[in-house]
Design a protein. Structure first.
Ligand SMILES: [Zn+2]
Length: 364
């Protein structure tokens, strides 16, 4: 009897393909399906599983190799905002099952990634959440996602080193591959100050080997490509990089947030992200199945070219921040590329507002 376990779907895809297409947005697409601002998207796993399956199906039909579960806010800390802190297990198992069902019916290998977002709490020493408590919360979510059948744990939209480390430690308790992406949304850094160079160091120092790392969300396709190039420079060729950028720039239109990226822009972005060093490419906020289909087509008909220059990125995709440009030219200090008079101490009031969750999109 052959007792060899089947290879992990995600690891197998990664080992056998030059690039993988990850899916697009969860939160912004659920808004289009009727989710109301302030609602917990995770509750829809229970209330509207058909709509979640429909979203996954749209991305699978558009060519996605990886779909992310609707569990971005699925830790007990985020669910507590909706009095659902005791439903971590139920909601995460359910979400994983919905994605698993769609993936397994795809007729080709599609990996399910268990989305794990920030707790929304500030960690010690600046805030009050201890590393132990954070790790336990991430482990609780990771166990439920694994039980529901995910292939990989996908830690995303992270901002602080402490929270990345706690999330990885929590995720590592279940033994699945782990991916970490951070959001470079503040002049080439995360809100809590991490640069691409810092992320490469975190990856290298991690006691649990990461399957991939990279960036998601952020402030536009051009910035994501520049950050991927900076990350590739810092991490070297052996680290698998993830680019999951927003569909252009967020804009307020009639009281709601819209993203200005066209399918054509996202197709260009996909190719440039690949050339810059990303092997897993997808979209974040604003990216619909239509955008993803254009990205898929662009990658299918593309052969790798030299990493794009700053000029190419800016002329084809849009502006790159002065901070990311400074890192590009090798200046890794926070002062480099900062606006004149910028507060380099990053006041704790801003951190608190930023990490409180209410200003952030409800899902990546
Ligand atoms: Zn996003």
């Amino acid at each position: 009897m052959n007792t060899t376990a089947a290879p992990n779907r995600f690891s197998h895809l990664l080992a056998t393909r030059p690039w993988l297409l990850a899916d697009g947005a969860t939160g912004s697409n659920l808004f289009d399906m009727g989710l109301v601002s302030g609602d917990a998207p995770e509750l829809w796993n229970e209330e509207h599983p058909d709509r979640i399956a429909h979203l996954h199906q749209g991305f699978v039909d558009a060519g996605a190799d990886i779909v992310l579960t609707n569990t971005f806010g699925g830790t007990r800390y985020r669910l507590k905002l909706h009095q659902a802190q005791d439903r971590v297990h139920e909601l995460n198992v359910k979400a994983a099952g919905i994605a698993r069902g769609v993936a397994d019916a795809a007729g080709r290998p599609v990996a399910v990634a268990g989305s794990i977002g920030p707790t929304g709490e500030i960690m010690e020493p600046i805030g009050s959440l201890s590393a132990e408590d954070a790790q336990a919360a991430f482990a609780e979510q990771a166990r439920a996602l694994a039980e529901g059948g995910v292939d990989v744990l996908w830690i995303e939209t992270m901002s602080s080193r402490e929270e990345v480390e706690a999330a990885v430690a929590g995720a590592a308790t279940v033994g699945l591959p782990i991916v970490v992406t951070v959001s470079f949304d503040t002049n080439g850094r995360t809100m809590m100050g991490l640069s691409a160079h810092d992320l490469a160091q975190i990856e290298q120092a991690s006691p649990h080997k990461l399957a991939a790392c990279g960036t998601n969300c952020g402030v536009g396709a051009s910035e994501v490509v520049a950050c991927i190039r900076n990350l590739a420079e810092a991490a070297g060729p052996d680290v698998v990089l993830v680019a999951k950028g927003n569909c252009g720039i967020p804009q307020f239109v009639g009281g709601s947030i819209c993203y200005n990226g066209t399918p054509e822009l996202m197709a260009l972005y996909a190719r440039m992200a690949f050339d810059a060093g990303a092997r897993i490419i997808g979209g974040c906020c604003g990216t619909s199945p239509k955008h993803l289909a254009a990205m898929h087509q662009a990658l299918l008909t593309h052969t790798r070219q030299a990493s794009p220059s700053l000029e190419q990125i800016e002329s084809q995709l849009g502006d790159v921040s002065t901070g990311a440009k400074a890192q590009w030219s090798g200046q890794q200090s926070r002062e480099a590329g900062a606006a004149p008079g910028a507060n380099l101490q990053r006041g704790s009031g801003r951190r608190r507002a930023a990490a409180g969750g209410d200003k952030l999109p409800p899902n990546a």
